[in-house]
Design a protein around this ligand. Structure first.
Ligand code: SF4
Length: 386
């Protein structure tokens, strides 16, 4: 328990202050260790070069994963001494903990029939969650109304690391190869940029999920374990069809709480889906999946904490499990111009305390696990480590 508590406390510090990585700790990245896949966001404020190879996750004792947000002002630095890496607080000179990176997924270098690498199609989140970002392009960016925290389009333009439009045929090939060659995958996340047209977005996800269902491991018992994050129609028949694909936890992420804030921070979502419409969709989805199955993610740090906690309760009351990732400002997100600030430690603590007590009150479970969620402390708070 002490080890978990120490790691959870350090995870909070690293997510609030960011980190620096000494050259000695860059050894083995992209080879022995999993490097960051610049798929749809990039929150690093410090680079030696444009395509700097950084670790995808940091791993603290207890298999607790943390996202590395490079910040030049952070007092925390990772250094390698001999065979071991340490987090050192350079302000105090204290060596706080050992730290590690995750092994590079062996499936990443597998080639598809057209010679492309599987890494261009699929990511692995944390220790064991396969991630498919169906289309790395979003109509809301194209219409000049992206969510203010999002850096999908600029990240794509800069890094060009993934196939933007993935065909159904290639998705099927990639997913089949991933499940055949990696047997520790316990979850999937299926998401992508949004379309203006709800019916077309529903159809896109329905087609992809139907294909994935054919190839999921037997031990998943016919369920696509994990989450599909999309903006479908609010038509009951469409939602039921999604349910029949076996997707375990759909989410239609609200990101912020309050109609007014939703309008200004998620202009595209408001225009082409709308706050009210998504609430309708949630109500109908809970009737189909049952309480505690449908998820709703928030960006933790851009709504006033009081409003956010109200939103959490509102969703929990409705039968939806709320969750949140800690907001990190991407240098290329619209939010930079708006002067958005990252949350304080107190805000983050209060947010996860609220979520954890709601989970216990309603009998819900936090999303995924502490070995998957690198920007969230939901699991750590729920287990009493924080
Ligand atoms: S819906 Fe919003 S967060 Fe998602 S890709 Fe589009 S702009 Fe980014």
């Amino acid at each position: 328990m002490e080890m978990y508590k120490k790691s959870a406390a350090l995870k909070l510090k690293l997510l609030i202050n960011g980190i620096r990585i000494d050259d000695s700790a860059l050894y083995g990245l992209g080879d022995k260790y999993k490097e960051y896949q610049y798929g749809y966001n990039d929150s690093n404020w410090m680079k030696h070069c444009q395509r700097q190879v950084i670790p995808s996750e940091l791993v603290l004792p207890g298999e607790i994963v943390v996202a590395p947000h490079l910040r030049p002002t952070s007092p925390y630095i990772i250094k390698r001494i001999g065979d071991t890496m340490y987090v050192i607080n350079e302000k105090t000179g204290e060596s706080i903990s050992t730290i590690d990176y995750l092994p590079r997924p062996k499936i990443w270098d597998i080639k598809l029939s057209d010679g492309s690498k599987l890494k261009e199609y699929l990511n692995v989140y944390g220790a064991n969650c396969l991630n498919l970002f169906i289309v790395a392009n979003c109509d809301f960016w194209n219409e000049g109304m992206p969510c203010v925290f999002c850096s999908l389009q600029p990240t794509q333009n800069l890094h060009k690391e993934v196939v933007v439009h993935k065909s159904l045929e290639k998705i099927e090939e990639a997913v089949t190869l991933a499940f055949e060659n990696e047997d520790n995958l316990d979850w999937m996340i299926i998401t992508g940029g949004s379309l203006k047209n709800r019916k077309m977005e529903f159809q896109r996800y329905y087609d992809v999920l139907s294909i994935i269902k054919k190839h999921i491991p037997k031990r998943w018992n016919g369920k696509i374990k994990g989450n599909a994050a999309l903006l479908p129609t609010n038509n009951e028949r469409d939602l039921y069809k999604l349910f029949e694909t076996g997707i375990e936890h759909p989410s239609f992420n609200m990101e912020v709480w309050g109609e007014q804030l939703f309008k200004s921070y998620c202009a595209g979502k408001e225009k082409y889906a709308s706050f009210g419409n998504l609430m309708e969709t949630y109500k109908k989805a809970v009737n189909i999946w049952g309480p505690g199955q449908v998820w709703c993610n928030f960006v933790g740090g851009i709504s006033p904490i009081k409003d956010l906690k109200e939103g959490f309760r509102f969703m929990a009351d409705m039968g939806v499990v709320p969750g949140a990732n800690i907001f990190h400002l991407d240098p290329k997100a619209v939010g930079v111009k708006l002067g958005l600030k990252e949350p304080t430690e107190d805000y983050v603590f209060e947010m996860y305390e609220c979520l954890s007590s709601l989970y216990k009150e309603y009998g819900y479970q936090p999303f995924f696990s502490h070995s998957v969620l690198r920007n969230s402390l939901s699991n750590e708070m729920f287990h009493g480590w924080l």
